[in-house]
Design a protein around this ligand. Sequence first.
Ligand SMILES: Nc1ncnc2c1ncn2[C@@H]1O[C@H](COP(=O)(O)OP(=O)(O)OP(=O)(O)O)[C@@H](O)[C@H]1O
Ligand SMILES: [Mg+2]
Length: 405
Amino acid sequence: MSPAALTAVSPTRSAASNNDVVVSVRGLTKVFKDFWGRPKALAVDNVDFDVRRGEVFGLLGPNGSGKSTTVKLILGLLHPTKGFIEVFGHSPRHVATKERIGYLPEESYLYRYLNSRETLEFFGNLFELPKDDRRKRAEQLLEMVGLSQVHLRSVGEFSKGMQRRIGLAQALINDPDLVILDEPTSGLDPIGCREVKDLILALARRGKTVILSSHLLADVEDVCDRVVIYYGGRIQAMGPLRELLANPDAIQITTPALPRETMERVLQIIRQDVAADKVRVDTPTQNLETYFLDVVQKARQAAAETSGATSGARVAAYLRGEAEPAPTPDRILERLTAPPPKPVEAAPPAPAPAETAAQAKLEALTRPEPPAPAPAPAPAAEPARQAELEKANEKLAALLGKPRS
Ligand SMILES: Nc1ncnc2c1ncn2[C@@H]1O[C@H](COP(=O)(O)OP(=O)(O)OP(=O)(O)O)[C@@H](O)[C@H]1O
Ligand SMILES: [Mg+2]
């Protein structure tokens, strides 16, 4: 029997964490103009909001209401026509600011001939992550998004949902402090949606800030602390989700099923204060997502095979801020018999939730490396993929303004 539950309002994560403002937007306006400079579309119209550290902030609105334009303005990909934006206290175009942001665009832009591991390594390289970190993170992320089994397939062959998953992994390779996800669950199956939501919650627990644009209201409801609702580029409603959705004129009491006589006694007492037609008694139902996940879980236990994405693993260890898992006795033996690469002073402590990205990177660099299993030999790259890799590396070298390594 489930325990009786009264709907209780607990403080949102944003209220519980400190009130550092990560993104500040004032009077933000974006007018798209045609070739002759004539206004074509007023995409964002005089918008004000703040997003605080550790908060999951939702941008909602119907198609064409200005969500993606707002996201691109926050990222510095578009210039505002009017207004002011600050991200981590700087202009969105500030280079150091960009390093702290992870972005999942509305459409995936991927090099179609790279496989998923190469894709993640490529983006890790853009952030100048050390090789070992890149490898480790790519592995954890592929596991997390359920693509480990297909990591040698070109991303161009991926289904829409699989592309979304690799896009999500790519957005997290730099362990960003601010994660901006534009329609992250679009094209994902319900398992993928649940995993993305769990990931968002895990990121928020680590003090990361998440801005999420979506018109899938159920997803938003499950994860967002605060939302804005756009229509025609303007904010129509804004506030903590619990406050926006609460109905202060009604209460709900949930208990295990009660004997008929008890119910009658309770209703009799209630009817002394409230008209009989205002009282409703019903049985709570589980939502479709929970039911669906349960059905799939049972099917999985029956070990059905699939050529698509598998269900992802737990949130990548480095994103949860966890140290490496404790070595098994076999690994300890291996480590003892292997020549030590460098003296190790002490086991790394688990990072505190408020650690900075720099500390995390530093720790990752200084963390003793457990001996990894020998990597599988890379398959001979096809000429097209080789050419794509070359092209990607050239772009990278151009972007970084330095010769290729
Ligand atoms: N590059 C562009 N040039 C001209 N108009 C644009 C451009 N990008 C967006 N717009 C217009 O700005 C408005 C807002 O578009 P935006 O992409 O921000 O909407 P959205 O809320 O993200 O919609 P959706 O839910 O469909 O993704 C729309 O009218 C759109 O046509
Ligand atoms: Mg959009």
